[in-house]
Design a protein around this ligand. Sequence first.
Ligand code: KG4
Ligand code: ZN
Length: 344
Amino acid sequence: MSSTSPIILSIESSCDDTSAAVLKGKQLLSNVTADQKVHKAYGGVVPELASRAHQQNIIPVVEQALKLANINKDAIDAVAFTCGPGLLGSLLVGTSFAKSFAMARNIPLIEVNHMRGHILAHFIEDEHHLPKPSFPFLCLTVSGGHTQIVKVSSPSEFKIIGQTIDDAAGEAFDKIAKIIGLPYPGGPLIDKNAQEGNPKRFEFTHPKVGEFDYSFSGLKTGVLYFLQKEIKNNPDFIKENLADICASVQHNIVSILIKTYKKAAKAEGITQLAIAGGVSANSGLRKALKDLEVTNGYKTFIPPFSYCTDNAAMIGIAGYYKFLENDFAPYTISPKARLTINSL
Ligand code: KG4
Ligand code: ZN
């Protein structure tokens, strides 16, 4: 083993994706994810079904990741796993697997904070060869469970500058999609339908919150009341205006996200702006961030699609930085459903 290029097997199982990856140093060798179709029928993730599906998926997913990386089990130097935040039953499957694997092979175990993983995914080396941010930079992490602006001073120093006081941006996308009649997860479907729509056709209000904070629960209610009113006059209103509704909702969420992010960047005096998390796959958000390079002279960092939604590659890179610090976990460790980005 080279101490600066360890081979790390990483496991992610915090919500409804079972994922395993292999990295050699920062270099990604494989990243395999099994999503769980079982939740579609329920309009959201059902925790008990998620843990059962993780149990079914974990071994095949790890085997596939090792095979694609062309790595033998004996060559693995450490196992990194998501210890939180997330659904406890889901986290337990990945944690138990990682603990057993590390214990059986007598190799170090590394616990990784899922939210740090989303951000550190920007440092993965792969076929995209994208420029990397330098420290300090800001990251807007937008997922189904979180919306936060984080100042990243090093791979182990994270400070929350602002965050949502209620729903996360991904949750807003998914809940509004449900109101419109789109299946779960609705975020990508709003994005898809928005492509053909007019983003200025319908206007929704912006929330009033603390300077660097977000709020999305009012938007959800606003869209619901607006649609109820329109449907009274025209029962086919949603069907006939789907693209414009999706484009207008997306435009509203993206402009709220960007407006506050710009304010935070100005206040912190930081010009390197990254995005991370599932909603960073949104085409409107990616374009709006990129536009800031021209309008404000910021340098922006947008992850490849494969690292936006939950994946084990991001857990592997976060584990790599902890490996360099000899920051290992005991084999007796338990997952933590609630965990802030400052605490691990
Ligand atoms: O990071 P992630 O995979 O899981 C959490 O940690 O929450 O994020 C999932 C969220 C879901 O709410 C999903 O609807 C949203 O990311 N999402 C999108 C898009 N792709 C995924 N939202 C808007 N537009 C997209 N293209
Ligand atoms: Zn996530």
